[in-house]
Design a protein. Sequence first.
Length: 134
Amino acid sequence: MSNIVLLHSFCFSTQQFNAWSPPWEKDIVTYCQENNIQVTGYYTYGGAQSKDQALSKELLGKIAESHGKSSAQVLLRHSLQKGVAVIPGTASPNHMADNLNVFDFELSEQEMETIDKFGEADDAVMKPPEWLGD
């Protein structure tokens, strides 16, 4: 009997991903998913400088309230439903528990589309850097 070891390559991409990600970042996610590359997203709440503004969006709050969840949990769920693994950071045990409490609800297609459009709004919390241009 021969011992055969099968090696399997694992491919991952870690990048910023959230409702405010620019189209080119979303295109990278699509490419990765079409080529069996798992995407892990960070800055799920829009990044450290945008977090408070993102989590206070009224429409996001309404979606969260309809599910009995926080805005942060809705943004985590949005990424998960997009097929993106999330790595929310916190040192708070309460926030850790909240971050794990996102598997008992699902966002509707309409809610997903609404959140997807956050980055297109005039009040988008994440703006491209000036040096990037149009």
